[in-house]
Design a protein around this ligand. Sequence first.
Ligand code: 5GP
Length: 201
Amino acid sequence: MNKGLLIVVSAPSGCGKGTILKEILKDERFYYSVSATTRDPREGEIDGVHYRFYSREKFEQLVSENIMLEHAEYCNNYYGTRGDIVEEMRNKGKDVILEIEVQGAMNVMKKCPDAVSIFILPPSVKELERRLRKRGTEEEEVIAERLSKALDEISHANQYKYIIVNNALEDAIDDFRAVIKAERLKAEYAGEILDEVVKNA
Ligand code: 5GP
């Protein structure tokens, strides 16, 4: 069995990343990596589903044991990805998806050059603004803050291997699947297939 891919996905909020991933994850070949955090669970959040909720002590211990693939501190709480679980799932042939912010993604790319990094863009910042307003739940100030954060994140998009523009949802999902298909077809993953083809020649 071939080892699964490591897929890193980032996007500013309002780009439809959640909807795209929900569709992609219907295929059981993928495994969604649940991040670890030291923040308290919000209402409705389930341990092991939305996050792995750890104490600061436990998180720091995992960092010191080099078990975290990447981690960052945000609003006085740690967030990170458990490298041991990522490896275990990849070894089982699963393509592991990390949904993390830009800094975390950069750290993973440095550590794992084979990671398939994907940045999802809105068709335009104007359109992103329209989508954020359409949600109707956000104050003007929050919208302005999100837009400025989005612009900062977008400035790193060219450091990813792939960029997908979410103009029409179906097309963005097709593009995502095309990226994964091409990655799986790379010669470096074809060792076993090659052996099989030339067997008994
Ligand atoms: P929240 O507390 O709102 O769920 O998340 C706060 C921030 O932490 C978001 O920007 C989110 O992208 C980031 N985050 C969530 N999981 C991880 C992770 O595993 N690693 C890193 N570096 N950031 C994460």
